[in-house]
Design a protein around this ligand. Sequence first.
Ligand code: SAM
Length: 368
Amino acid sequence: MRSNQPQDITNITEDREFRAFHTFLRTARNYQEKEIYNATYQAYVRICDELGVKPEMSDDVLAVMDEQPEYQLYTWCYRYLQQFKYCSPDFGMQPKAHAEADRIVKELDAAAAVSEKAGLLKLNPKIDYPDYYKLADFHQHPGGVWDDEVDGLVYELGRRTTRPWEEDPNDLYRLMYSHLPKGKTFKRVLDWGTGQGGMILTWMEGHPEAEAYGVDISGPCLKLVNKRAMERGYKIHLSQQDVEKLDYPDNYFDLVMFTFMWHEIPPGPTKRILKEVERILKPGGVCFGMEFLPQKGSIWSEAMAHTLAYANNEPFAPASFKYPYCETAKEVGFSDAKIVWYDEIMTPLPTDKWTPPQMMYPLYTFTK
Ligand SMILES: C[S@@+](CC[C@H](N)C(=O)[O-])C[C@H]1O[C@@H](n2cnc3c(N)ncnc32)[C@H](O)[C@@H]1O
């Protein structure tokens, strides 16, 4: 029985135990990302001092940290809190969603049927998933975000504790939007790799008149976004496609925006994908997005970013840290391509002696 939520909102039953589970997860993940992360850095600096070593590459940093209990604890927490979050038989998001799958899938399918008829949702059940997409269960989402009808909902629930220090994960998009190039009008916008849809749904809050689009290769994710759009009364054109070959016309969008896409795409198809983005943008249009990267110039941060990649099944992240996106964007035809770094757009972190280097969230702006 769903007593605590409106009947027309698709969700799992969020009983007290489930909410308490999430409170535990948030607290544990915050502890991991603050106290254990800081302790790992302190121990690393101390051991380097004691051994008189000065690592020059991130692999050397990892060699120093390998037997360090603080680092082991950090890595263990990363891997197993995430598994616990998805798979715990009593509270995990996937078993919870499966227990109510009959109802949830019926609700998603009913909404999808309406939108397909209205031409707002285009699904392609025969889509050819690239091998790289099927290679790993990204962020340890069991089976990936595409092969199970409840995947969109599980992805949305999981996002609550992906960056556990955020009360509202959509604040990240609001922050991004405040840094969009000024003096341009973005009428027709595409959320490129829309996932659980937070980005385009947040855009619609501020631009209900926008001609909005979302593309993703995952059908279950798009069905969830479609349901959320209907619940909020938004009109969003959603389409299941591979970003390497899109069916939008040339010169179509004013804005193509993205979050956290590059680290899931290997270097091989990246140039072709960037060319495809350039093709669908109008002259003067903007591709604008965010990714995560190790802190510039810090091999310790790079080592921790590689740790995240291994612990959280992100096999292409290390290659993405080194990929020359701006140079490649210019090669495929963008007239300008730049990165604005986190510390240039936000208040810099305190410079306490023990503040460890943090992961960064740079903004990419490619102008056609
Ligand atoms: C890390 S998620 C990011 C989702 C969302 N933008 C966010 O920030 O939460 C990456 C998304 O890209 C989609 N994706 C990955 N490769 C793709 C491809 N080749 N074509 C279309 N979508 C793809 C995945 O299905 C997933 O939803």
